[in-house]
Design a protein around this ligand. Structure first.
Ligand code: ARG
Length: 400
């Protein structure tokens, strides 16, 4: 018997219906938890709504700073882009939400946690794997996976139970947002051949409507994470929020790609991630200035694996910590400044510098006055091409 349930509450229709549904179906007390991870919503209003729906207790947790430092910063160090495109913004927030659910459940002696994820998505996996890893004794309830309510049935249920239904002016989108980005799904976006309509976007202007003058922004990194913007030191949350608005007004950070979900479904995903797009681009460039070729190429594999693990809900797996250990070691020298030019939807790196720069103009220059001994290249080419020559020789006589 489940007596007390801790529910991850967004304040939206689904999770509001869940409060009533859990109370009725289980006869259980419901405690709601809402995290502020930078989703730009009124937490006070969400709390009031929860109490109106009869929850035993509500927790509003300001988790922005923790999210930025402990989830977003590691993602920056790992240049995390799932399938080369998606900065894993939603994915990063899930293990944090899971750990707060567990914390509250333990403090409140609850026997279960519940969430409003569907059975088709990645979020159910991320939340449940994390909850179970932290506390295997907690039961996890995922009503939306089992209740088979149509949207209309849900609205009827809401009406019968006095749950306010916000008619959102013809915007049929499902939104998830936090500091690191905004995900937009549903409606016309489910047709991958159709361009996303302008009303899907809120954080970015259309590139063609962006200012006709470029804007430059300089980002200073210390040990692989951004610490200052345009020469001004900033706390992580503030820095990311500022860059979201600066890059957003130049139309930078719109992402539209085909994505492979964990449950095997291909989906068309649309995001707005202005700060993430600019910071990762700048960070990658700085790494190429200070890491050796061997480090840069090897790290690309580690980075891709890191993004995959986080996307796949395995934040709590020891492999992620192992990868973090490697990544953190490489970041010791990732200090310096990167200049980015924002213009009509593009964020282009146009300058970089670092006290740990491996760039040597005396080696690189095509001028005659160089320290590089061109004569050694002949011997290098001789040995570098040896395996290829041997193989091609066989091929020429019809073997291999
Ligand atoms: N496809 C993205 C991901 O799996 C976005 C998911 C958005 N989640 C949501 N509940 N609206 O991370």
């Amino acid at each position: 018997m489940v007596k007390r349930i801790v529910l991850a509450y967004s304040g939206g229709l689904d999770t509001s219906v869940l409060i009533k549904w859990l109370q009725e179906k289980y006869g259980a007390e419901v405690i709601t938890v809402t995290l502020d991870v930078g989703q730009r919503e009124d937490l006070k209003a969400i709390e009031e709504k929860a109490y109106r729906l009869g929850v035993l207790k509500h927790y509003s947790i300001d988790a922005k700073d923790e999210f930025a430092r402990n989830y977003v910063f590691p993602a920056i160090k790992a240049n995390a882009l799932y399938e080369g495109k998606y900065p894993v913004s939603t994915a990063l927030s899930r293990p944090l939400i899971a750990s707060k659910l567990v914390e509250v459940a333990e403090r409140e002696h609850a026997d279960a946690v519940a969430h409003g994820c569907t059975g088709k998505g990645n979020d159910q996996v991320r939340i449940e794997v994390s909850v179970k890893a932290l506390n295997p004794n907690l039961k996890v309830i995922a009503p939306i996976r089992e209740w088979n309510m149509t949207r209309d049935a849900e609205i009827d249920f809401a009406r019968e139970h006095g749950i306010p239904i916000l008619v959102d002016k013809g915007k049929p989108y499902s939104i998830d947002q936090n500091l690191w980005g905004r995900s937009i799904e549903c409606g016309i976006l489910e047709h991958p051949d159709k361009e996303p309509p302008e009303d899907a976007f809120e954080w970015t202007v259309a590139p063609e409507k962006a200012p006709n003058e470029p804007e430059y922004v300089s980002i200073e990194f210390e040990s692989g994470v951004p610490v200052a913007l345009n020469g001004r030191s900033m706390e992580p949350v503030n820095l990311i929020e500022s860059l979201n608005s600066i890059a957003g007004r130049h139309g930078v950070g719109r992402i539209d790609h085909m994505e492979d979900r964990l449950v095997g479904i291909k989906s068309r995903e649309v995001y707005e991630c202005p700060a993430a797009t600019v910071i990762i681009e700048a960070h990658k460039d700085l790494e190429k200035l200070v890491l050796t070729r061997h480090e840069v190429l090897f790290k690309q594999h580690i980075d891709a694996e890191w993004a995959y693990l986080v996307y796949a809900g395995l934040w709590m797996d020891p492999l992620k910590e192992d990868l973090d250990a490697f990544i953190n070691k490489t970041q010791e020298r990732v200090n310096g400044e990167v200049r980015v030019k924002l213009f009509k939807g593009n964020g282009l790196v146009v300058g970089r510098s670092s006290p740990y720069s491996l760039y040597d103009i005396h080696l690189a220059t095509y001028n005659i006055d160089t320290t590089f001994n061109q004569a050694s290249s002949a011997g290098f080419i001789e040995l570098w091409g040896l395996p290829t020559r041997v193989a091609r020789a066989l091929k020429r006589i019809g073997k291999g």
